[in-house]
Ligand binder design. Structure first.
Ligand SMILES: NC(=O)C1=CN([C@@H]2O[C@H](COP(=O)(O)OP(=O)(O)OC[C@H]3O[C@@H](n4cnc5c(N)ncnc54)[C@H](O)[C@@H]3O)[C@@H](O)[C@H]2O)[C@@H](O)CC1
Ligand SMILES: [K+]
Length: 504
């Protein structure tokens, strides 16, 4: 699991590594720059013209060390050191001295020194890293504007200059470098996983710079990224003598007139994710559609034709999922209230079931503990009753909600975050923009309900389900492209996603 840290923790781990490995901090900088150099070389052409902007701190030191390494490969390099106060960090100064022997370094001390960037150049942004302590102003704003308007490919060292590691709610969007790729040292930075910062980082590469694992373990973090190696051990082996009763019985409440497709998608996904038995509770207008589209599912038909109003037959053995396409009818809200009142087992709650809960405060307290709620950002805002101004704020509000109601919140997005009742956040690493398509959420509900029915813990059902869903989406995108991907394609690749995490 990749942990994410704040700026102070990053500094502490750097210092700790230097002590434990008995090296100088400038040696760690050299190691970091070498990792960057090796990764970057794959992206450069022999005749690339490289323009490097270095700041006065250690991010600038990395940039100057990189310039020296690029010269050994005979790249054409121009270096601009932004040094308005004439004060450099010790390691930046050391690297300046090393580079000066090989190349003239342009210094930017006032706006008159800011260069125009030649068309077709590759820009390396080493102005500020994790040490940023205030939004950019003055000369720095001008330089960022020149970089962002240059039309050049921009690679940022560690983090786009001007972006804070965590909270950018009060930042100035014009004072942040827009990078085509960010090379982050050792860990991703939290801000790079939040939607409001998408413009500043098109691609992300994480570089291992050999920070001491003991030093990393010493640091506590509420945030981490789930990787394949965290998911693999969760997969339950299937016994040769197993029968369908072993793999649980899911009961999904879904669909309303015109939205029976949501029921079909969640049903198919639930079955493909491996549940033993599935009952779909749907309004009667959907019975023929569902029985034809998903013959493997049983149907519990509602008396009402167009929407759900009755709980039907439920038992303790069933694992409940509710939400896809159910609509916002009052009678459906009453059904939800009954269901929440009579159930004590964790359930999966999605889409309009979340919107119904948002409309009636008293329902929140009825949600069974450890249930899994799967809102997209707008649904989350409705649930908490305020319009969040940033993904960072939304994440913090979602953490408070998860703690207050003892539930798991799966906040959907490019890096879907599973938030536990202990307020820990686990970002997913699979998935692609093709999955931002109608029905994708219904598929996720089906998958998570399926896993919960198969006795995966609520935590495992959430993170494993999100991973599996994203991975199936990645396989689907490979075959269909991100432009043409349908939610049903994701279901079609769930089997391949399982194959991908079976231990080899
Ligand atoms: N500490 C280490 O051992 C390592 C650090 N590394 C690099 O070091 C970076 C962190 O270095 P630093 O802590 O020196 O931080 P920065 O390089 O981000 O620069 C911080 C300096 O800029 C000033 N500053 C901050 N915000 C400013 C603003 N808005 N306008 C003007 N000046 C501002 C600060 O007062 C400080 O002097 C990392 O991002 C990474 O690139 C790597 O070399 C790996 C090893
Ligand atoms: K940077």
């Amino acid at each position: 699991m990749l942990k994410l840290f704040d700026a102070q923790q990053i500094k502490a781990m750097d210092t700790c590594t230097v002590e434990k490995q008995d090296i100088q901090s400038v040696d760690l900088m050299e190691r970091a720059s070498l990792a960057l150099f090796e990764s970057l070389c794959h992206l450069l052409d022999e005749d690339s013209h490289i323009v490097i902007f270095a700041g006065s701190g250690n991010n600038g030191g990395d940039a100057l060390a990189l310039a020296r390494m690029l010269l050994t490969k005979h790249f054409s390099v121009d270096v601009y050191l932004i040094n308005p106060n004439g004060i450099l960090s010790a390691d930046c100064a050391a690297n300046k001295a090393r580079l000066e022997r090989l190349l003239y370094i342009n210094e930017i001390r006032s706006d008159k020194d800011i260069p125009q960037i030649e068309k077709g150049s590759v820009v390396i942004d080493g102005i500020f890293g994790s040490g940023l302590n205030r939004p950019l102003s003055d000369i720095y704003l001008q330089i960022v504007s020149v970089i962002n308007n240059s039309g050049s490919i921009v690679y940022s060292i560690d983090i786009p200059s001007g972006l804070f590691v965590e909270d950018n709610s009060m930042n100035n969007p014009d004072g942040i470098v827009k990078a085509d790729r960010v090379f982050s040292f050792q860990f991703p930075k939290l801000s790079l996983l939040l939607p409001e910062n998408a413009d500043y980082c098109s691609h992300l590469t994480i570089l291992d710079i050999g920070l001491c694992s003991e030093c990393i373990d010493e640091q506590f973090s509420d945030y981490s990224c789930i990787e394949r190696r965290d998911i693999e051990p969760m997969l339950k082996k299937r016994n040769t003598f197993a029968h369908k009763g072993v793999f649980g019985h899911a009961l999904i409440f879904a669909g309303s007139f015109g939205k029976i497709g949501a029921a079909v998608l969640s049903a198919r996904a639930c079955l493909r994710a491996g549940v033993g038995l599935l009952t779909m509770r749907i309004p009667s207008c959907g019975v023929e559609i569902l029985q034809t589209a998903v013959p493997e599912a049983m149907v519990s038909a509602e008396e009402e034709k167009e929407w759900l109003s009755g709980v039907g037959g439920i038992s303790d053995k069933m694992t409940i999922g509710i939400g896809p396409g159910i609509g916002l009818c009052q009678v459906t809200g009453d059904l939800l209230k009954t269901l929440l009142t009579v159930s004590s087992k964790p359930m999966v709650i999605d889409a309009d079931a979340l919107n119904l809960i948002a409309k009636d405060e008293s329902l929140k307290l009825l949600i069974p503990k450890e249930s899994i709620l799967t809102p997209h950002p707008v649904e989350l805002d409705r649930l908490i009753g305020c319009r969040c101004l940033s993904g960072y704020e939304r994440l913090q509000k979602a953490r408070e909600f998860a703690e207050t109601y003892s539930v798991y919140v799966v906040l959907k997005g490019a890096y879907t975050a599973t938030i536990t009742p202990e307020k820990k956040v686990f970002f997913n690493s699979t998935g692609n923009p093709g999955m931002a398509t109608a029905g994708s959420g219904d598929v996720l509900t089906g998958v998570i309900t399926s896993l919960l029915a198969q006795k995966y813990s609520p935590f495992e059902s959430a993170v494993f389900g999100v991973y599996l869903h994203g991975s199936a989406g990645d396989f689907a995108a490979k075959s269909k492209s991100v432009y043409s991907l349908l939610a049903s394609d994701i279901i079609g690749y769930l089997g391949k996603a399982y194959r991908g995490i079976e231990k080899r």
